[in-house]
Design a protein around this ligand. Sequence first.
Ligand code: DLL
Length: 434
Amino acid sequence: MIWNEKAECMSRDERMWLQSERLKKVLERVYFNCEPYRKRMQEAGVMPGDINTIEDIVKLPFTSKKDLRDYYPLGLLSSPMSEIVRVHASSGTTGKPIVVGYTRNDLSIWKEVGARCLSAYGLGKNDVVQVSYGYGLFTGGLGAHGAVETIGGTVVPMSSGNTEKQILMMHDLGVKALCCTPSYALHLAECIERSGIPRSEFQLKVGIFGAEPWTEEMRREIEQRLGIKAFDIYGLTEIMGPGVGYECNLQHGTHLNEDHFYPEIINPETGEHVKPGEKGELVFTTLTKEGMPLIRFRTRDLTYLNYDKCECGRTLVRMAKIMGRTDDMLIIRGVNVFPSQIESVILETAEFEPHFFITVDRVNNTDTFEIKVEVKEQYYTDDINGMIKLQKLLAHKIQSVVGLQPTIRLVEPRSLQRSEGKEKRVLDKRVFNN
Ligand code: DLL
């Protein structure tokens, strides 16, 4: 189902024209209403009048997370505070969070793009949707909530945590779709398996998963364990929250709502555009936001774009699954390692549960690289030789993918901590030791 056929299926020329018009408007807004943006543009020697088409966007300076921190909490607003009806904040683990303000119109655009997502997943007014993203400053809960109400579905506003009650509500209310992080979905699947309630008693058919990177292997694992079809939803606090992008039924990439959020892919080192289809850092310009529009915001997410028309009929550009963030990448003994690579290998190997934890440290001037991983019940034995074999198997597989031999520590099933929101899978002790 397509929620807004005009917006989602318009020709590329028509969309570029729309993007150009919207870009000019948003530039006027930031230039005349937001001092830091005006200064930045003046320093770069570019005035709103110098921008005529969307392709001129490359003349504009980037905005970074650091800018948002420097102007904490709301120094980058382009609307008076009296127009701001809500704030959200990112879940930054260090220092101050990033705070974003939304006007009433921003919230209605958020609902519109959210409705596009849910319709693409085949949901409508007869469906019960459980929102298990956290409610509060995090955009997940309230963002998904607004989308469900917009399509006229029935929202079960669970927020995160209290897994037993989550399962009770899901079961008793005939929930059809579940919104949460992929890691929490996996935890819920495990708890449902252990509850003994037959899966046939649940109506669950659709998973709406995002807020953290997840691999195709993880998708298959969750789909199989919950008996559902799992869809990607993408978003970030600074730009809007969940609804910036979504998968259609064909699942050949995540469609970006580029009539509202204009994407570019740059080489993170040089800031230049990469060749079409090449991987790099995703950058967004909000074309319609009023509260806190951002121009060429560097997300740090790594992906590539595909502009071919999708067979679903949508012409919205498709983004490949996020493979990680520039700041997620571990450099261990000079080798680049992404946690998503480890996830793929572990999920492809039948003997292991999809739960692992990476610890990196530096001992005697050499990086250490350890992976704790849960062994499946049926493979977990007292037989030391059997366990050593498993260790070697995994160390070898990981080495062949990332080019580096980790130390594998096998642990019992269900012994690693489960997450209710975004999973934390890496501890880089070098950061603290330096
Ligand atoms: O995670 C917004 C969100 C909530 C998206 C619920 C989807 C569902 P932040 O906390 O600001 O906002 O984190 C944004 O999370 O830059 C990505 O690195 C990552 N991320 C979000 N969605 C996906 C996804 C929310 N579908 C950051 N796949 C982003 C991979 C994702 N990574």
